[in-house]
Design a protein around this ligand. Structure first.
Ligand SMILES: NC(=O)c1ccc[n+]([C@@H]2O[C@H](COP(=O)([O-])OP(=O)(O)OC[C@H]3O[C@@H](n4cnc5c(N)ncnc54)[C@H](O)[C@@H]3O)[C@@H](O)[C@H]2O)c1
Length: 694
C-alpha cells in the first residue's frame, strides 16, 4: 500500500487500483484528502497492472462533505473541481464505493466517477442549500444529467438525502452492493472492463436534460411549488437558476454559471448566518463548565406528571425514542383522555403515511398510566407538566422527593416559575432541573434546559444527552423570569402592544415581522395560542392591558373562538383584519390620551427587534445564557426566527451593534428607559466588538 497523503492511500489489488480515503470522523474533503484523491487516481492511471479504479472510504462513511472549517479561508490547491476533473478524465473507469452518507462534495466527487456502487444502507444528497449555498463543485450540472431535472431540483433545493434504493431507481447509483462493499465495487469495476463498456463522463451526457428542454415551464412550476416553504431564502432560487443553466448552457459554461451563483450566495449575509448557525447549534449542546467526561445517568424509563397539552406531547418524544413512559394524572378519566389524545395523534400521523402502524403500536405498547404517584418510584426521570402553580408544584416535588429512587432526575416543564424554589421543596435540589419544552411538544425542536444554582453537572450532562436521544435541540440556561426565550419575547410583546396604542394596527405589526422572516407576527401568534391565557395571567396578577382585555371581554380568544385580533372564517386559519378591533384600538388610544400617529415599517421593526437584542445582552451579562449563539439557537428553534438571519444576536452583529445602540439611545430619549442600552452592548460598541467577540 502506498500512502499518497496522510489521508489517502493507493494499492493495486489484482487488476483494480484501490484508492482508500481515511480522514476520520467523516472523511471530509480537507486539502489532504483532495491532494490524495488526485494523486491516487494519477497513480492508478500510471500503474500498468491495473485496468480499473475504485474509490472507497475507511470508517463509518463515504466522504460526508466539504471541510466546513475551510470555508471563508483562502482556497488551497487542488480545488474540488480539479480533483473531480482528474477523476472524470481518467482513462481507466473509476467506480465510487459508497457507504454511510455521500453528501455535498462527497456526492459531487462520486458524480465525477464513471460509476457508483452503494451499500444498501447508504444515503446520498446535496445538502448545501441548508447552509445557504449551492453545490459548487459541479453538482448542479452533473446531477440533472444523471437523474433528470425534476429530481435534481427536488434534491438540490431541499437538501434532503435519498436512500440507496431510491438512488438506484433514479439512476444515481448503478448497483447496490452485497455485504462486502469493496468487493462488490471491485467486481463491478472488473465487469465494466470485461464488458468493454464505454467510459461515459456525466458531463458529456444530456439525454436526461431533454425533458426540461421540451418543457422549460417546469422551472417556474417548480418555483411556485416550493415558494411557501422557501420564503425569503436566497439559496433555493440560485439552486434553480444553476440547474436551469445545466439545461440551457454547454457543460463548461454551466460550470461557470454555477460558480457565479455559488459565489453570490457564499459572500451573502444569508449563508454567513446559516453557516454561523450550523456551529451555534452544535456548540449549544456543550455546557462550558460541565466537562465532556461527566458521568451520565442511565435513562431507560420516564414518568410524566400531567397528561395535558404538554405532558402528552412530551411523552410522545420519549415513546418515539423507545423510552417507556408512565403518565400520572389525578383522575382515571383525565388519564384516559390524555392517553387517547396521544393515540389519536399517532393515528393521524399513520394515516398521512408518515409513520408505520407497527411503529405506532410499538410506541403505544410502552406507554402506561396511573393515578397513583407512587407508581413512578422506579423511573429514571420524572417530568412534571401540571398547571402553572408554585404551591402545587412544590407539593408534588416534595412528594417526589420521598417517592423517587435516589439519583432520579426530577424535572419541571414550568415556563415561568422559579425552579430554584421548586428544587428547595426537595432534599435533593441537585437532582432538580427545568426541561422547558415548547408547544406542540412533539413537534417543536427546542428544549430549553434550565439549571438551578444547585443542579448537578451529572444531571445537566444527562439531560443534554437525553435531548439528543429524543430528537431535540437543547440549550442550557439559568433561572430568571421567562428564562431566555420568553424573557426576550416579552420585550417584543410590550413593544407591539405600545405600537398599536400609538398608531399602528395589528396587521401592520404582523406584516412587518412576517416580512422580516418570522412565521407570524405577535398578534397572529396570540390568536393562535389563545388570548385568554395572558388575560387569566393578568387577572391573577391584577394588571391590565386595555386592547387585549377588551378583546377577551368580547370572548375573542383567537383562532379557537373564530375571532381575536383578527376574524377567522369557519375552518380557516387565515387572519382577516376586523373593523371592530380597529375601533377597540382607537378607543384605547383615546382613553389613554395618546394622539395616534403614522408609524413607519422601519420603526415597527426596530421597536420590536432592538429591545429583544438589548434583553439578550442583559441575559449574557447576568450569565443566564453562556453564549450569544445559545440565545440564537433558542430563537431559531423555539420561535421560528429565520435561520438566514442567524438569530437575534447574530442579526445584531450583522447590522452593526453601533446602529442598534444609537437607535436604542434615540428611543430611550423619546419613549423612556425601557430602551436604555444594556451595559454590555455599550461596552462592545465602545470596544468596536461584536457579540460573537464578546
Ligand atoms: N401550553 C404551553 O404552550 C406550554 C409551553 C411550555 C410550558 N408549559 C408549562 O407546562 C405545564 C403544563 O401546561 P399544559 O398547557 O400542558 O397544561 P394542561 O392544563 O393542558 O395540563 C395539565 C394537566 O395536569 C393535570 N394535573 C394537575 N394536577 C395534577 C397532579 N397533581 N397530578 C397529576 N396530574 C395533574 C391536569 O389534570 C391536566 O391534565 C405548565 O407548567 C405550563 O406552564 C406550557
Amino acid at each position: 500500500m502506498t500512502a499518497i497523503t496522510d489521508f489517502v492511500s493507493y494499492q493495486a489489488e489484482g487488476s483494480v487500483g484501490v484508492v482508500t480515503i481515511n480522514n476520520p470522523p467523516v472523511n471530509a474533503l480537507s486539502v489532504g484528502v483532495r491532494v490524495g484523491i488526485k494523486g491516487g487516481i494519477e497513480a492508478a492511471n500510471a500503474d500498468a497492472s491495473v485496468t480499473s479504479i475504485v474509490i472507497v472510504c475507511a470508517g463509518r462513511t463515504f466522504i460526508a462533505g466539504a471541510d466546513i472549517k475551510e470555508f471563508g479561508k483562502p482556497p488551497q490547491s487542488p480545488s474540488l473541481h480539479e480533483v473531480i476533473g482528474a477523476i472524470e478524465i481518467s482513462s481507466k473507469p473509476v467506480v465510487a464505493a459508497i457507504h454511510g452518507t455521500a453528501l455535498g462534495g462527497g456526492l459531487e466527487t462520486a458524480l465525477g466517477c464513471h460509476y457508483r456502487v452503494a451499500d444498501k444502507g447508504a444515503k446520498v444528497g446535496l445538502p448545501e442549500v441548508k447552509l445557504g449555498i449551492l453545490p459548487g463543485a459541479g453538482g448542479t450540472q452533473r446531477l440533472p444529467r444523471v437523474v433528470g431535472v425534476p429530481m435534481a431540483l427536488q434534491m438540490i433545493t431541499s437538501g434532503a438525502p435519498i436512500g440507496a434504493k431510491k438512488a438506484l431507481e433514479v439512476g444515481l447509483v448503478d448497483e447496490i452492493a452485497g455485504d462486502d462493499l469493496k468487493a462488490s465495487a471491485m467486481a463491478f469495476a472488473q465487469k465494466v472492463v470485461d464488458e468493454k463498456r464505454p467510459l461515459v463522463k456525466i458531463s458529456d451526457r444530456d439525454d436526461k436534460l431533454q425533458e426540461a428542454r421540451d418543457n422549460p415551464a417546469m422551472f417556474d412550476e417548480f418555483r411556485k411549488s416550493i415558494a411557501r416553504k422557501t420564503r425569503n431564502f436566497e439559496a433555493p432560487e440560485n439552486c434553480i437558476k444553476a440547474v436551469q443553466a445545466s439545461v440551457d448552457l454547454p457543460f463548461p459554461e454551466g460550470i461557470k454559471r454555477e460558480r457565479e451563483l455559488f459565489m453570490e450566495l457564499m459572500t451573502g449575509e444569508q449563508s454567513i448566518s446559516q453557516r454561523y448557525f450550523f456551529f451555534a447549534e452544535r456548540q449549544a449542546a456543550k455546557i462550558p463548565d460541565v466537562p465532556k467526561d461527566t458521568p451520565l445517568i442511565d435513562i431507560n424509563t420516564a414518568g410524566i406528571i400531567g397528561a395535558g397539552t404538554m405532558g402528552g406531547g412530551i411523552a410522545m418524544n420519549f415513546l418515539q425514542a423507545g423510552i417507556p413512559v408512565k403518565m400520572v394524572e389525578t383522575s382515571q378519566e383525565g388519564l384516559d383522555k390524555g392517553i387517547e389524545i396521544i393515540r389519536t395523534n399517532y393515528a393521524a400521523t399513520v394515516s398521512k403515511g408518515r409513520m408505520s402502524q407497527d411503529a405506532m403500536d410499538k410506541c403505544m405498547s410502552i406507554l402506561s398510566g396511573t393515578i397513583n404517584l407512587e407508581d413512578i418510584k422506579d423511573v429514571d426521570i420524572v417530568i412534571e407538566a401540571i398547571f402553572e402553580n408554585m404551591e402545587v408544584k412544590k407539593e408534588i416535588f416534595g412528594k417526589l422527593d420521598k417517592i423517587c429512587k435516589p439519583g432520579a432526575i426530577l424535572a419541571t416543564n414550568t415556563s415561568t416559575l422559579d425552579i430554584d424554589e421548586i428544587g428547595e421543596a426537595t432534599s435533593r435540589p441537585e437532582s432538580v432541573i427545568g426541561l422547558h419544552f415548547f408547544s406542540p411538544a412533539n413537534v417543536m425542536k427546542l428544549l430549553e434546559e434550565v439549571r438551578t444554582k444547585k443542579t448537578s453537572k451529572t444531571v445537566m450532562a444527562s439531560c443534554m444527552a437525553l435531548a439528543k436521544r429524543i430528537g431535540k435541540i437543547p440549550a442550557m440556561v439559568g433561572v430568571c423570569e421567562g428564562f431566555v426565550g420568553n424573557r426576550i419575547l416579552h420585550r417584543r410583546s410590550e413593544q407591539s402592544t405600545n405600537l398599536i396604542m400609538e398608531g399602528a394596527l395589528p396587521q401592520d405589526v404582523d406584516r412587518v415581522l412576517f416580512d422580516f422572516g418570522l412565521p407570524m407576527g405577535p398578534f397572529a401568534m396570540s390568536d393562535l395560542a389563545g388570548n385568554d391565557v395572558g388575560w387569566r395571567i393578568r387577572q391573577g396578577k391584577g394588571t391590565t392591558s386595555p386592547v387585549a382585555d377588551a378583546i377577551c371581554e368580547l370572548g375573542r380568544f383567537g383562532q379557537k373562538t373564530g375571532s381575536g385580533y383578527y376574524l377567522y372564517k369557519e375552518g380557516s386559519r387565515t387572519p382577516t383584519p376586523d373593523p371592530i378591533v380597529e375601533d377597540i384600538i382607537m378607543k384605547a388610544s383615546k382613553d389613554a390620551g395618546i394622539e395616534r400617529r403614522e408609524i413607519s415599517d422601519d420603526e415597527i421593526l426596530k421597536r420590536c427587534i432592538y429591545p429583544m437584542i438589548n434583553e439578550g445582552a442583559k441575559i449574557l451579562e447576568e450569565g443566564i445564557a453562556s453564549r450569544p449563539s445559545d440565545i440564537d439557537v433558542i430563537w431559531v428553534y423555539g420561535y421560528g426566527w429565520p435561520i438566514y438571519r442567524g438569530g437575534p444576536m447574530r442579526y445584531a452583529d450583522s447590522i452593526g451593534l453601533e446602529n442598534v445602540y444609537k437607535t436604542l439611545l434615540e428611543y430611550q430619549e423619546k419613549f423612556g428607559d425601557e430602551f436604555k442600552p444594556a451595559p454590555l452592548l455599550e461596552r462592545l460598541v465602545k470596544e468596536g466588538k461584536t457579540f460573537a467577540e464578546a
